[in-house]
Design a protein around this ligand. Structure first.
Ligand SMILES: Nc1ncnc2c1ncn2[C@@H]1O[C@H](COP(=O)(O)OP(=O)(O)OP(=O)(O)O)[C@@H](O)[C@H]1O
Ligand SMILES: [Mg+2]
Length: 310
């Protein structure tokens, strides 16, 4: 991945949204690792936390910043922004404010950063839908469980009922439709398996078959993400990842096999995202300008009731 350094004035950031309405699927874990991997690869990265309640991504980068200051160990940090939620009783007013804040957050970084990584909450919200409509790459983490598959395509013992598009997938398809209308943009949707078991099992095989079938219908790609590893969760309090030189901090000198495997998985995941190798330039900037100008109306049109889709 090599951005053309002569065209900095033409850059418009590639937006990576990590979303899935299923709680606990690994959105924040993937947001953290993709952001750190891109920083380590030398990119200028901004991150936006749309999970106004849990703020996992924000907490992680706070921990990273304070750990690095304490340990006097310089470390890569993104330009981070945590979004707030409109608190007024008037829904329209809240949406207008959230749109303005989100557009300002994007506007502040889109020309100075090569990637923007957005972590989203599990609950449906105006902000969450808005972010999906701006994605150039959408990553949806998915555990090897039919409960996780069910938020994309209804799983049912009755074959005739199989395949009904479920609520989250519907939200993504709607975001795609609107995005195409707004600026002719394309959302590259990638289903990333997370917390995979280390031993192959029949359940995982069946899930892989189901996901491949649904992927062909809903037009998403499938990538292997992370195995279930303690290293993906134990470093949160100090804001580090397996990509950081924790072996030096622990004065062990060598990578543990778990750190090595985790690093490989993170690198493979970033590779399989097939992120742009150069700035998309003027065309992309013009699309973003159109998105800012038009999308607010689309998302607030009465026909597009963004809040009741159960
Ligand atoms: N590959 C993994 N290996 C081990 N633990 C993991 C892995 N992925 C996620 N976890 C753990 O699973 C839990 C849920 O992960 P995470 O918070 O990233 O999910 P989420 O989709 O962001 O959740 P929410 O919907 O609540 O925002 C966390 O405890 C996290 O540390
Ligand atoms: Mg989260």
């Amino acid at each position: 991945m090599d951005f053309d350094s002569d065209s900095s004035d033409l850059r418009s950031a590639h937006v990576i949204v990590v979303g899935n309405e299923k709680g606990g699927a690994g959105k924040s874990t993937i947001s953290i690792h993709v952001t750190v991997a891109l920083l380590k690869a030398g990119y200028r990265v901004a991150s936006i936390d749309l999970d106004t309640r849990q703020q996992t991504l924000t907490r992680f980068f706070e921990n990273r910043r304070s750990w690095s200051a304490n340990a006097n160990w310089p470390i890569e940090l993104p330009h981070h922004c945590a979004m707030g939620r409109g608190e007024s009783a008037d829904l329209r007013e809240n949406e207008a404010r959230e749109f303005a804040d989100f557009a300002a957050a994007i506007g502040a970084v889109e020309h100075d950063y090569e990637f923007v990584v957005i972590d989203t909450p599990a609950s449906d919200s105006y902000l969450m839908r808005l972010a999906h409509s701006l994605a150039d790459t959408l990553i949806s983490p998915l555990n090897d469980s039919y409960i996780d598959v069910d938020v994309f395509s209804r799983v049912n013992h009755d074959r005739k009922q199989r395949g009904a598009v479920a609520h989250y997938a519907d939200l993504v398809l709607e975001a795609r439709r609107k995005r195409q209308l707004v600026d002719n943009g394309v959302i590259d949707w990638i289903m990333v398996r997370n917390r995979m078991a280390s031993l192959a099992n029949n359940n995982a095989k069946q899930i892989a078959i189901s996901i491949a079938r649904i992927g062909a219908e809903l037009r998403f790609r499938i990538a292997d993400g992370f195995h279930d590893r303690v290293i993906f969760r134990e470093l949160f309090p100090i804001g580090l990842t397996a990509l950081d030189a924790i072996e030096q901090g622990a004065q062990k000198g060598a990578l543990t096999s778990s750190q090595q495997s985790a690093r490989q998985e993170i690198e493979n995941l970033v590779e399989s995202l097939q992120l742009p190798t150069r700035t998309p330039g003027v065309e992309h900037i013009e699309s973003r300008r159109l998105w800012h100008a038009r999308v607010s109306d689309f998302y607030r049109a009465p026909s597009a009731d963004a809040h009741d889709f159960s």
